[in-house]
Design a protein around this ligand. Sequence first.
Ligand code: SIN
Ligand code: MN
Length: 277
Amino acid sequence: MSVVTEAALADLKAAYDRDGWCELPYRFTEQAVTLLKERVAANSRERRPEVVYEKDSDTVRGIHGCHAFDEVFAALVRHPQLVALAEELTGGPVYVYQFKVNLKQAREGAAWPWHQDYAFWSEEDGMPSPNAVNIALSLDDIHEGNGPLVVVPGSHRLGLLDLPEKGPEGDSDWQQHVAADLAYTVSEERAEKLAAESGRVLITGEAGAVHAFHPSIVHSSSSNISADRRALLLITYNAVDNAPENPTRPEFLVTRDSTRITPATDGRLGLQSLPTA
Ligand code: SIN
Ligand code: MN
């Protein structure tokens, strides 16, 4: 297995601090991706609240919190390189705040409007600061046509944008945090203006690729108009000292146990270096 050096981690941190996202110089092996996809398929067939469907459809949109009930995903979140990366980017010990797989099925997967993840975690859960990180693992090849994540570089430094007037914490329906009709969005007008100024990056690449992105970065993804599914696995690690005090959303959206995660190697979840350009 490739091991990311201290120097490589420092480079990733510099890119992440500057741009709000970075791409790792390694990817999960084909064998690892196959295993993860098998588990996604098995979990998607279960009827349980963690499985979310596209609007008025029986098409699975996403599955949530499966690291808590599936031993392969439980092993994945302990992956020493993922934990090391999350600790480098947040600056200290971390735990898993959230885990999901967004499936974006071929020709059916709906868009995610422009938004910032931290708006949900701050407004709904009371997360004190955005000192958390999303690690995104592509389970399918991701290209321009199957709804890649699109980020606006540098937008994580702007704070929260376009927050609605709100009532008491935790008063919106959690379904609106996982559906195409999101509760907290950045207006199309503002996002397009930001993108015109700072550019937009499409997070594309082969299955097995790993990216990190900041909780406050402005991002979206379009509908999947292609014949290729686009499954994206997202692990959010939060700094142990940044745990919200009294979250009310279901545990499969907000982990309650904020004890530092213990890294552990699992031979089934290998990494390999990306070919150098
Ligand atoms: C997506 O799956 O394209 C969106 C993920 C996210 O907004 O966190
Ligand atoms: Mn998001």
